[in-house]
Ligand binder design. Structure first.
Ligand code: NAG
Ligand code: NAG
Ligand code: NAG
Ligand code: NAG
Ligand code: NAG
Ligand code: NAG
Ligand code: NAG
Ligand code: NAG
Ligand code: NAG
Length: 432
């Protein structure tokens, strides 16, 4: 079960602080870092109970050790402790009404009508007991994010675990409010450029309007317009930091798999939340558009892209890819895409069945002709305005690719309900 963000926010006390689960006192853990894991990346396992982590627990088993840490109320996500026991959970009214929240979404929930426990990623999984539900929250953390094992009593083993649950967001506008908080606006692509043909550009709406006010002490002031950042709801409220950017030539990539920037290949992180990034700046979809227009591996053109990663503590580890942007080169990429699309449009005759078109000449029906014509016009308008953001320009490149190629092979476009036949698939040679 997932409650919509808005209804969860409405249940929270006016202070904005969720009250199921105890907040860690202090901004960082007081203890010795024993080990850090980046889930499902590099040599790390898909969850922290995997046997490779057994040596870090005095029980000799990561599974037993993680259960014990949870039971001691020492398992934190974004510095909020999961209630240790069923009775601790049931004592707190906010736990019973809204559940234990991660970024204000329930991950551990009791349905008192059905007397059922739900846990795991966004409380999607029914569990047989409180203990099983709480454990499934710990094992349901998703790829690309860091989990740290701490020793706080000096015995050399893990007795406290703190996990991150960070989500990505594009930064269009940063407002420093009069009361010193910061507000982020992720960009107006969905509002300004929606057409009857298009699907869901964003999958969440947290930063589509004024957004949550982020206390100045939780806001990374190195963040600039055009960046990709990470946000979370920590023990001091909403927080945001800049993602780490890798800048270079985009050599090659494969949707949902890996991305090679500047000769280094970065693995993807499944289920990592990019809901506050436009679809066109998610790594897989950005890759599909770049490869379609043959913009990758063009060392001669020298147009760099940025791959944004989750920063991690251990420099031998690598965090998940959050997004890809073309920054200052978004205009150049879009201009190349428009030129290719325009050449294909100029090459066809409009016809209903091709009977009047010579067999050496391509034709297309009016609907597909108009769709491409309009996509080119929107792209040209975005190019003509000095204030078009790089995100908007990247989005126009992506929609041109979908319009030409169709949506059937693009996993993200399909699930976002974009439905383009693809101009290239509709084009045929005449029969006259
Ligand atoms: C950092 O990563 C290296 C290589 O995977 C590993 O040997 C080391 O234990 C890690 N250090 C911490 C503190 O996690
Ligand atoms: C955790 O990972 C281990 C090793 O990959 C696997 O055997 C186990 O089934 C996983 N547990 C869950 C709950 O996903
Ligand atoms: C709780 O369970 C009841 C009975 O199965 C169901 O009708 C209801 O929708 C559930 N409530 C939530 C919030 O999932
Ligand atoms: C600070 O200002 C912002 C923007 O006007 C507002 O949304 C927020 O509620 C204010 N916060 C406090 C603590 O007053
Ligand atoms: C592209 O990125 C590389 C690697 O960061 C850098 O050396 C080079 O100066 C960049 N080129 C341009 C045109 O920005
Ligand atoms: C990139 O281009 C170079 C030559 O410029 C070529 O050797 C290499 O195989 C290409 N890589 C890919 C992935 O296409
Ligand atoms: C234009 O149409 C011809 C067939 O008439 C085809 O061979 C050629 O590839 C097309 N060019 C473009 C740019 O679509
Ligand atoms: C494009 O043509 C196909 C048939 O090839 C048709 O099914 C589709 O509806 C057309 N698209 C538009 C936007 O008219
Ligand atoms: C960009 O500039 C145009 C024309 O000057 C203006 O109409 C539009 O509101 C501006 N858009 C933004 C997002 O500032």
């Amino acid at each position: 079960m997932r409650l919509a963000n808005a209804s969860v926010l409405a249940m929270l006390p006016a202070s904005g602080l969720a009250a199921c689960g105890t907040a860690y006192e202090g901004s960082q853990i007081d203890g010795t870092l024993i080990h850090s894991v980046v889930i499902d990346m590099g040599t790390d396992a898909a969850n922290i109970t995997a046997t490779q982590y057994d040596p870090y627990f005095k029980q000799g088993s990561a599974l037993k050790g993680v259960k014990a840490v949870i039971e001691d109320s020492q398992f934190y996500i974004n510095l909020w402790a999961i209630p240790g026991t069923e009775s601790a959970f049931k004592k707190v009214s906010q736990c019973l009404s809204g559940g234990y929240l991660v970024n204000q979404v329930p991950w551990l929930y009791y349905n008192s009508t059905a007397a059922t426990w739900w846990g795991g990623y966004e409380a999607e999984t029914e569990a047989s007991s409180y203990e099983a539900a709480a454990l499934s929250v710990a094992t349901g953390l998703i790829a690309g994010l860091e989990v740290r094992f701490w020793d706080t009593n000096g015995d050399g083993y893990t007795d406290l675990i703190d996990a991150d649950y960070l989500e990505g967001v594009t930064i269009d506008t940063i407002t420093h409010n009069a009361n010193s908080t910061y507000s982020i606006y992720r960009g107006n692509i969905d509002v300004a450029n929606k057409t009857p043909y298009e699907g869901t550009v964003f999958d969440a709406d947290l930063f589509s309007g004024a957004g949550p006010a982020i206390p100045a002490s939780n806001f990374d002031t190195t963040i600039q317009s055009g960046d990709v950042a990470l946000f979370w709801y920590g023990n001091q409220g909403w927080a945001m930091k800049r993602a780490e950017d890798v800048v270079g030539i985009f050599i090659d990539g494969e949707d949902h798999t890996s991305y090679d920037v500047g000769g280094v290949t970065y693995g993807d992180a499944m289920r990592f939340s990019r809901d506050n990034l436009p679809i066109s700046n998610r790594p897989g979809e950005f890759t599909d558009a770049q490869k379609f227009f043959k913009l990758t591996n063009d060392t001669a053109a020298g147009l760099n892209v940025s791959l944004w990663l989750v920063p991690v503590t251990n420099t031998t580890n690598r965090g998940g890819p959050v997004g890809m942007t073309s920054d200052g080169h978004s205009r150049d990429f879009l201009a190349k895409a428009v030129a290719q699309a325009q050449a294909q449009l100029n090459n066809v005759t409009v016809s209903t069945n091709g009977a009047n078109v010579p067999s050496t000449q391509e034709w297309v029906n009016q609907g597909n002709y108009t769709q491409l014509h309009e996509a080119i016009a929107r792209a040209n308008l975005a190019l003509s305005l000095a204030n078009s953001s790089s995100f908007l320009l990247d989005y126009q490149t992506y929609v041109l690719y979908l319009t030409l190629y169709g949506t059937s092979d693009d996993i993200g476009a399909e699930s976002a309900d974009f439905t383009f036949t693809g101009f290239e698939k509709a084009v045929q040679l005449g029969s006259a």
